[in-house]
Design a protein around this ligand. Structure first.
Ligand code: WTA
Length: 701
């Protein structure tokens, strides 16, 4: 007989349970060589950034930027928890990333673009060329009537035209909202609507896994979807993957669609003065998944955000202007914004931009690129590490590159994958920083400082300077380090990189990130507003944090955040579907993948065709990344007596775990039917404890 699951057991996973997956790991030390050259080696930095020095300690970050007018207040809390960093100052992000580098680094490469087809040549863009191109595009955008405060949606692939467009927007104070290129046209359309963009910037095509994708088709869908939601798009600006040639089949719409390359002819050689903008003016929106189906636009402001990514690129990524830095993330996600574009450029880095799939045409590709370009700082996600390890465990040995530093981001990394990264990819020479953070936080939170702290596989480390985490239990009591208990990871203090608000939804911002542990909703004291990150974590006795995954209904698929409500509403667009429930399942390569359960409307017979339509609906409404691993047609959903779908039970079935006590459900018999459908007749359950994010799944309603 299954043991009833008590809620307390799910919120406080004991160290013993977690140890089933994770044992305490040994430390790895950074080499003397690395320490000798690192930007940040002074351990006293943690005294300088102690909570008693907050917020003035962050003046050091602001000093890394060039200001048009100095700021007056480090942190203005008058509208708590809507923090205003470096209030009263005037600044421009494009100026800081481009113009100010010209004096010293005019002829140095800012970007090296590596196209996916291996026979195609790299495109090197120097800081001077970047300056020229950003100015021309800024002139073009101004020419179509865009000005500070307007929003523009970009739906672009990994090409240099994307950062050029972003920096041109930033030059004018136009707020860019880049939607991940792999998202569907419909997903793009709902983000256009939410942000109120009248201009969409896209590209005709791009290479992905050996195929030249017709991306312009998505723009037409996006404009239609936005229009149906009540937002008109006046202009679609289309970059050409091969300038001068149209590489998509979808026709251009006359009067609405324009080739950027054609329009640019009128702006050759033009210069646009960077606009001196208030510190707290918004720089960009980045849409992200949350507990409800509605995507939320995390709004980041200029000065706070830029100072934070500049400082962490320098201190944590250890970028020097002489380094060749390669982050394999997509610019369409926050990692790309912070650590391909803004942070590295503000540090005058040379940043590699790769168009395609890491394993194309084979698992040696990243190492060939690293060898050829002399990359010495490498940054990627666990899902890519697992994939490269699976397909080419020995490949790195064949290439003569040397990394001094490597980063992992986006998901928890298993110690085994970590060790392959360290031994094989890093050749035991490179330090690894496991950087834990999220869209909302702008930059790294939990991490080691690579020249100061030892590494510990599977733990992100303590925290970046000036970040003061705390783990709270459900009652708001602090979970002490070394207690072996898991809880909700929070940050006690604001920091410059934190988002400003959710675009157009102040209440949702307060509710999602602060309501749970706020001590007084009227307080103007930052101490009353700890930030709820949305992850579960355990802190070991040595102070290192181990991140256990999301505690809300967000599934982290290969490092991409997908809201379960988004997936479920996509399923419900199929007319035959009455109800849908999605659950995360563990996956060897992608970390988690969604599995979908659907119940059909009365009289509709189950068929493969319906399953195919559900898969297609997910691809169309969200994108290929949301493709479910399985779609199960069930006779009924397991429900409570009040009619709530028990996703927790479905998650247990999908993950081959004991379903617990289901006798209180309205329809307990259906659980066994579903179990047999998914697992077969015999029991296939394992006794291993479920990972925290899956164990907690389905409890936030
Ligand atoms: C997860 C990506 C463990 C976490 C920067 C977080 C991680 C979510 C790590 C944010 C890490 C990110 N170790 N988990 N080093 N980094 N995560 O917004 O669950 O796309 O809440 O930002 O990814 O995803 P997002």
């Amino acid at each position: 007989m299954a043991k009833p699951i008590k809620t307390t057991e799910q919120t406080e996973v004991s160290e013993a349970q977690i140890a089933v997956h994770w044992k305490e790991e040994a430390y790895y030390q950074p080499s003397e060589k690395f320490k000798g050259q690192a930007n940040l080696r002074d351990p006293h930095v943690f005294d300088r950034f102690g909570l008693d020095k907050f917020p003035d300690c962050f003046r050091e970050y602001a000093d890394m930027l060039t200001w048009f007018e100095p700021y007056r207040t480090v942190l203005d809390t008058s509208d708590a928890p809507f923090w205003k960093w470096f209030a009263g100052g005037k600044i421009n992000a494009s100026y800081n990333c481009v113009d100010r580098q010209l004096a010293k680094y005019r002829n140095k490469s800012a970007f090296i673009f590596v196209p996916e087809p291996e026979a195609e040549r790299d495109v090197v863009i120097t800081y001077q060329e970047l300056y020229d191109r950003v100015n021309e595009v800024a002139a073009l955008l101004r020419g179509v009537g865009l000005k500070a405060g307007d929003r523009v949606t970009c739906h672009m692939p990994m090409v240099p035209e994307l950062p050029i467009t972003m920096l041109a927007c930033a030059r004018l104070g136009v707020v860019h909202s880049q939607v991940f290129g792999g998202f569907s046209g419909q997903a793009c359309g709902s983000r256009i609507q939410d942000s109120g963009s009248r201009v969409l910037i896209t590209m005709d095509s791009y290479w992905r896994n050996g195929t030249l994708v017709d991306h312009k088709a998505n723009a037409d869908i996006a404009v239609r979807a936005a229009n149906e939601l009540g937002q008109d798009v006046d202009k679609v600006l289309v970059w050409q993957r091969y300038p001068g040639k149209y590489s998509a089949k979808t026709p251009m719409v006359s009067g609405r669609d324009f080739f950027v390359n054609d329009l640019l002819k009128e702006h050759t050689g033009k210069k646009v003065e960077p606009v001196a903008l208030p510190s707290e003016a918004p720089l960009f929106l980045m849409y992200s998944s949350g507990t409800t189906g509605k995507p939320k636009g995390a709004q980041h402001g200029i000065a706070g955000y830029l100072s934070y990514v500049t400082a962490t690129s320098k201190w944590i990524l250890d970028i020097h202007p002489e380094d060749v830095y390669w982050c394999m993330a997509d610019i369409g996600w926050i990692t790309g914004h912070s650590y391909i574009v803004y942070g590295p450029l503000a540090n005058a880095a040379t940043s590699v931009l790769y168009e395609g799939v890491p394993t194309f045409p084979d698992a040696g590709r990243p190492w060939r690129i690293a060898e050829r370009l002399g990359v010495n700082i490498f940054h990627t996600a666990p899902t890519a590490i697992r994939m490269l390890r699976k397909l080419g465990p020995q490949e790195p040995r064949k290439y003569q590159y040397h990394f001094k530093s490597m980063t992992t981001v986006g998901e928890p990394i298993e110690p085994e994958a970590w060790r392959w990264y360290y031994d094989e990819v890093g050749k035991r020479e490179a330090v690894i920083t496991d950087t834990w953070w999220m869209t909302e936080t702008g930059g790294f939170l939990g991490t080691t400082v690579p020249a100061i702290h030892a590494m510990k596989p599977g733990s992100c480390g303590p925290a970046a300077p000036g970040i003061h985490p705390i783990i709270y239990d459900e009652t708001g009591a602090e979970v002490p380090k070394g207690s072996g208990k898991a809880g909700n990871m929070c940050i006690r203090n604001p920091w410059p990189g934190i988002m400003q608000t959710i675009w157009g939804d102040r209440d949702r911002y307060v509710k999602t990130y602060f309501a749970k542990y706020n001590r007084n909703p009227r307080s103007k004291d930052w101490r009353d507003w700890p930030f709820l990150c949305g992850d579960g974590a355990v802190q070991a006795a040595d102070g290192y944090y181990r991140i256990l995954g999301r505690i809300d209904d967000v599934i982290n698929v290969a490092g991409h955040r997908l809201g379960t409500k988004e997936i479920e509403s996509a399923c419900l667009t199929v007319p035959e579907i009455a109800e849908a429930a999605v659950v995360p399942v563990q996956d060897e390569l992608k970390g988690r993948v969604p599995e979908v359960y659907v119940a059909l409307k009365p009289g509709v017979p189950p068929s493969q065709a319906v399953i195919d339509r559900v898969v297609k609906a997910n691809e169309e409404v969200i994108g290929k990344i949301a493709r479910p691993k399985h779609v199960y047609i069930v006779p009924d959903m397991p429900k409570t007596r009040s009619g709530k779908i028990m996703r927790r039970v479905l998650a247990a079935i999908s993950n081959r775990r004991d379903v617990g006590d289901v006798t209180t459900l309205a329809n307990p018999d259906v659980v066994e039917q579903i179990r047999v459908m998914v697992q077969g007749k015999g029991t296939q359950t394992t006794q291993e404890a479920l990972p925290e994010d899956i164990a907690k799944f389905g409890q936030v309603e």
